[in-house]
Ligand binder design. Structure first.
Ligand SMILES: Cc1cc2nc3c(=O)[nH]c(=O)nc-3n(C[C@H](O)[C@H](O)[C@H](O)COP(=O)(O)O)c2cc1C
Length: 204
């Protein structure tokens, strides 16, 4: 089954950056795209710290990334970088884990002061994991995040940026699917041509 994996790197249960993922997940489903979530905070802490690849939850999370068509990563900014929790999960991924997968980063921060952290800190890590198509990120400050009835909500401007980002991702996925079916079609017609040639030779 084809799906997009969303990865939350916030240690917080009530998380602004994870809320961005929630909005994105709803938008993906509205586009008919299946979604699977990994909450790094739900993975056993000792297994993350000790890089325990035998932990079933860790194994399942790595498998989810491996089989995803695309990855959306959301992180809070901590100390002018992405979260340590996110890094502890990314460190478990195989070297080429993000090759051939579009990646869409989201982040929330206290202000715009460390907006570039996604470029100077996260992007090199994604590149080292093989990601070659990193879509434009969506960044929200605390002023962009509203609290409605105790739950987070985003301003219209951020909602629009998220909708645009998801639309771009869906286009990338559609293009990749079209290319795959073109290749499959070409391979099938080559196979048919080979079968017909073999038959022709056999009948001569
Ligand atoms: C320990 C800590 C360090 C932080 N460091 C930064 C920072 O360097 N730059 C920034 O813009 N915000 C910083 N913040 C604010 C968070 O990035 C912000 O509150 C974010 O929205 C939290 O996201 P979350 O609710 O998904 O965890 C920090 C917050 C904490 C708790």
């Amino acid at each position: 089954m084809s799906y997009v994996v969303t990865l939350s790197g916030s240690p917080a249960a009530h998380s602004r950056s994870t809320h961005l993922l929630r909005v994105a997940e709803d938008a993906l489903r509205a586009h008919g795209v299946a979604v699977r979530r990994i909450d790094a905070r739900e993975l056993p802490a000792a297994s993350l710290m000790h890089a325990d690849f035998d932990d079933p939850a860790v194994r399942e999370a790595l498998k989810l990334v491996d089989q995803a068509q695309a990855v959306i990563i959301a992180t809070p900014l901590y100390k002018a970088s992405y979260s340590g929790l996110l890094k502890s999960f990314l460190d478990l991924l195989p070297q080429r884990a993000l090759a051939h997968k579009p990646v869409l980063p989201f982040a929330t921060g206290g202000s715009l002061a460390h907006l570039l952290a996604l470029d100077y800190a996260l992007k090199p890590v994604l590149a080292s994991l093989g990601a070659r198509h990193v879509l434009d990120n969506v960044f929200a400050t605390e002023r962009d995040m509203l609290v409605v009835d105790g739950a987070y909500a985003v301003t219209d401007a951020i909602a629009q940026r998220l909708a645009d980002a998801i639309e771009s991702l869906v286009h990338v996925l559609d293009d990749a699917a079209a290319l795959r079916s073109l290749r499959d079609g070409r391979r099938m017609s080559n196979e048919r041509r080979t079968r017909e040639t073999d038959l022709f030779r056999a009948l001569r």
